[in-house]
Design a binder for this molecule. Sequence first.
Ligand code: PLP
Ligand code: COI
Length: 358
Amino acid sequence: MTLEFTLTRNPSPASAEARAAVVAEPGFGRHFTDHMVSIDWTLEGGWSDARVEPYGPLQLDPASAVLHYGQEIFEGMKAYRRADGSVWAFRPEENAKRMQRSAARLALPQLPVELFVEAVRQLVEVDEAWVPAGGEDSLYLRPFMIANEVFLGVRAAQTVRFMVIASPAGPYFASGVKPVSIWLSTEYNRAGKGGTGAAKCGGNYAASLLPTQQAAEHGCAQVLFLDESGSDLEELGGMNVVLVKADGTLVTPESDSILDGITRNSLLQLAADAGHAVERRAVTLAEWREGIADGSITEAFACGTAAVLTPIAALKSPTETIGDPDAPAGPVALALRKQLTDIQYGRAEDPHGWMVQM
Ligand code: PLP
Ligand code: COI
């Protein structure tokens, strides 16, 4: 399916100086580019009115379904500037497909993959000057979809809007690649069997905010959730988790209530290419605890678009600390991180054809 995009340029874009200041030191998620993309959907008419327009507040009726029942999904992806100035997105079709899976679970319409990728491309093209060039900075892209039907009945909305906004971004963790401690949520779960855990919907993140606050109170950067039984690892508030064994095997939770991370899939592919064994299976907390104690688990890391790959030094809970909070980053995590970012920034060959020029 193709739609023609119209472009309405922002009549008062940020000044070159203001933009340069943001791009030089973007932080995470605080600054936005001059434009945004919107595409509307109705049950009768399907997708229409694809447009690039000035970034700005939405006019939303207070009775819009999204404000009451949380019928919303989103994606997170990045565009990277290479040394030659060109700008490339990482596996945008994977984000498009995952958004379709999230849409199916949240009873939202499926945006065609080509239209998703084109929407992102249009925004990157018009706001190209906002793509940072330095270090590990990039343009973070946030596609999302909201139910904007004005109706308080509880059913799937019949009018919806898809949007893309963009934000120059540095590392999610201010500490960069320095290992972090994470907090084990023993009190709360993020998702349950048959719930929305595998979908990227706002409600999952709302559920993670209180435990994330508790993590911060204990000096931890993120929270780790277990499954309902309290035995198996699931994922962090905004990242997947991977353990590394002494023999080089990578182990990561397989569960139908966690997000199928594109960063994790890519890192595991790179690890397999390099000869590591990779196991996707149920992983218990006890296995992590015992593996640290007997030396059979040597590293752990978190991974996701925003966090890239962040080593986990220790897992803390009210009753124990697994690992050493002062442990340095492990060699497997560091090597995989370098391989992935070299591909993303065009410093290394892209053997799987992951990068798409914008
Ligand atoms: N798990 C959760 C809950 C997330 O929010 C994210 C980030 O998007 C991930 C995992 C990692 O997914 P990805 O690597 O596709 O960004
Ligand atoms: C992402 O990595 O894109 C996320 O959505 C997670 C969040 C920590 C920003």
